[in-house]
Design a protein around this ligand. Structure first.
Ligand SMILES: [Zn+2]
Length: 207
């Protein structure tokens, strides 16, 4: 074989095969790398996406729990406030029946927008009773009655003008002479309180 024949018959095909092999190898490597180079960013994207998502979830969850605890705390606070109010409302008016063992000689008959009842004059000492009326707009009408063995007066009120507070004391002695007789009236709050004797109270309670 001549050198030329060797070139043509062995070296050229070998070169072609080598080149082809090199190309194939290149493609293989590229092919092998391709998914990696494609996958890696994907994974990273997923990671970068999932990581903030996860932390956002955690933050969101903790924020939610925080909100929940706050809400719960507020609920609890609201509940306790409501309970207190309910208790006050329960202890508000009051007597609706006079028992025989009740030693009171006189009562204050209290009329509010949604309730009515009696407060006994104390035999000794004195006490105040807060009347609360919750309005639909969320405001609260507050009137405080002060009772003594002799009578009562409107001690405090959050009404405009405080006319009820200025009406002074009603006693068993002065109740015939007062302009409003035995009554103290808070017009803006639609509250009236009148001093009545035990006899009058019993008559009123008769069916
Ligand atoms: Zn008033």
């Amino acid at each position: 074989m001549t050198g030329e024949t060797i070139m043509k018959k062995i070296i050229l095909p070998a070169a072609v095969i080598l080149i082809a092999a090199a190309i194939a190898l290149f493609l293989l490597i590229r092919g092998a790398q391709k998914p990696e180079t494609v996958q890696q960013p994907e994974i990273r994207n997923q990671e970068t996406q999932t990581v903030p998502d996860a932390s956002a979830d955690v933050e969101g969850a903790s924020a939610e729990t925080a909100e929940k605890t706050e809400a719960d705390a507020e609920d609890n606070a609201a509940e306790t406030a409501e309970e207190q109010r309910e208790n006050e409302t329960k202890e508000q008016p009051f007597l609706i029946q006079i028992t025989e063992d009740d030693p009171s000689i006189a009562y204050v008959l209290v009329r509010m927008q949604n309730s009515i009842g009696l407060l006994p004059l104390p035999l000794e000492g004195e006490y105040s009773r807060t009347l609360r009326q919750k309005m639909p707009d969320g405001s609260e009408y507050v009137n405080v009655l002060h009772l003594t063995p002799k009578g009562f007066l409107m001690e405090e009120a959050n009404c405009e003008g405080h006319d009820c507070v200025n009406q002074g004391e009603v006693t068993l002695e002065n109740r015939e002479e007062r302009i409003l007789w035995n009554m103290v009236i808070c017009l803006p709050h639609q509250v009236s309180a009148e001093l009545i004797t035990r006899e009058e109270a019993e008559q009123m309670l008769q069916p």
